[in-house]
Design a protein around this ligand. Structure first.
Ligand SMILES: [Zn+2]
Length: 481
């Protein structure tokens, strides 16, 4: 439609141009064509399309060829501006402003016309930019993270709802079984059905009328995630969710269902008992908690952030970091200085090279946790990191506490210690002076596109390229020659 509208407007402008060049009035030309001046005016203003059979007559009357009428070039600079203004004023961005459209006529001063076009073009560009970036998502996410920090990442109402339903299944200790999850579903009036044709954009689908929850096939590897998926689908019902009316509400519901699933897989009472015992023995470890409840390392570490502050008075931090050091998820209430952008968002920010979240990947042993003390501008922290890899590449899960609370954790005796002065750029983001002097002008790397959409690009001479890594690479290889 838009393309046709644009064509109609360009043809109208060309007809007007040829008519005035031929010295004809609207009435003159209308008379020749056997139509009225008002109909012709609609054509020239792009409000009425010229039908194909009418074209030869019009072209002949104007002394031009049909191809001249069909050209998509505005006939002159003034027309180009007028056509662009008409296009912009008919677009959704302008419509949303609720401002009356400017009448396009020959009396509109040229500079005012040009300024108006430029302004509306800029408005369109900005709107496109806002749609294309996950800006709204980031802001809503940041708000939610702040709110959760105020709650110490603990939501008692959801804990209670989960406890009730877990009791129904008769679950007592250890890993929640698929059978128990099915019993819980049944209690809520749902049947779990495994299908292999779920739409790609969905994880599960719930049929509220038939009382069915459709899940992916149970045979997929790592089917461990299925319990969580089924529980999340049930959570919408348990927590009385209604279709979200904003992105913020959507995010909050996502958080709540994940929280509910975590409560079911690691019920508050059992989990707290486990943690109390381990803390008394000064042997707290994410890996033990993970293995006791049969969940992933990430689920276990996150669950510990829910419980350790609320029930054990230990303030904590959690990070999920990608292979390039970019943050996927982060939480802290122990004042670990997690990098943020100007809006306060952490997703995609690059963590300090000195943190164990980034160093663990180089230490080889992937089967156990890596421990490290890190001196930061916010104090000294003890952290434990486990590395892993998923469909989107390598990542690391870090869980930790402030120095004073390290005494409760296994791995407190580590001799690994690093000093991080980030956000001071000389800490790890600016290449060492010697390397920079040697290579700054001689290096020409080509950036790899990031797979993580939210990842912030390291800024340097080449956007997306980590100068230090490039220089170190060149240095290494230059030394070999
Ligand atoms: Zn640093």
């Amino acid at each position: 439609m838009r393309v046709d509208d644009d064509r109609t407007r360009v043809m109208g402008a060309r007809i007007r141009h040829f008519r005035s060049r031929a010295g004809l009035t609207l009435a003159d030309l209308a008379a020749q064509l056997g139509t009225t001046a008002s109909t012709l005016s609609l054509v020239e203003n792009g409000k009425r399309a010229v039908r194909a059979p009418e074209m030869p007559g019009i072209a002949a009357a104007l002394g031009v060829d049909v191809v001249d009428l069909l050209s998509e070039e505005p006939p002159d600079a003034r027309s180009a501006l007028e056509l662009e203004l008409a296009r912009l004023q008919s677009g959704p961005q302008f419509g949303a402003l609720g401002v009356p459209a400017v009448r396009i006529s020959r009396t509109l001063p040229h500079d005012a016309l040009a300024a108006l076009v430029r302004t509306l073009q800029e408005l369109d560009r900005k709107a496109l930019e806002a749609t294309a970036t996950p800006e709204e998502a980031r802001r809503a996410n940041t708000e939610l993270r702040r709110w959760m920090r105020e709650q110490d990442n603990h939501l008692p109402v959801i804990e209670a709802a989960a406890e009730e339903i877990v009791a129904v299944a008769g679950h007592e200790v250890g890993a929640l079984t698929h059978r128990e999850v099915a019993l819980m579903a049944e209690h809520l009036g749902f049947r779990l059905l495994h299908v292999d044709d779920l739409p790609r954009s969905t994880r599960t689908i719930t049929d509220l009328e038939q009382g069915r929850i459709y899940l992916p096939p149970s045979s997929i590897p790592g089917g461990n995630g299925l319990r969580s998926m089924a529980l999340q689908a049930m959570a919408h019902r348990v927590l009385d969710h209604t279709p979200p009316s904003s992105y913020e509400e959507f995010l909050r519901q996502r958080l709540e269902i994940a929280y509910f699933a975590a409560c079911c897989l690691m019920p508050e009472r059992q989990a707290t008992d486990f943690l109390t015992d381990a803390k008394q023995r000064r042997d707290l470890a994410v890996e033990d908690f993970r293995d006791a409840f049969g969940v992933t390392h990430e689920q276990a570490a996150l669950r510990m952030t829910n419980l350790l502050t609320a029930h054990h008075g230990v303030r904590v931090h959690f990070l999920r970091v990608g292979a390039d050091g970019e943050i996927h998820k982060a939480y802290e209430n122990d004042d670990l200085p997690i990098p943020t952008d100007v809006t306060g968002a952490v997703e995609g920010q690059i963590v300090c090279r000195k943190w164990v979240a980034r160093r663990a990947g180089h230490r080889g042993n992937r089967t156990t946790e890596n421990h490290q003390y890190t001196d930061t501008v916010g104090g000294t922290f003890w952290s434990s990191t486990q590395t892993g890899s998923g469909p989107h590449g390598a990542f690391s899960i870090t869980f930790g506490v402030g120095f004073d609370d390290a005494k409760w954790f296994r791995g407190r005796a580590t001799r690994q210690r690093q000093v991080s002065t980030c956000p001071d750029e000389s800490c790890c983001t600016r290449p060492p002076a010697g390397l920079a002097d040697r290579w700054a002008e001689a290096a020409w790397p080509s950036a790899r596109m990031h797979t993580q959409v939210l990842a912030a690009l390291p800024s340097g001479r080449f956007p997306g390229v980590d100068d230090t890594e490039v220089f170190e690479f060149l240095e290494r290889h230059a030394a070999m020659d």
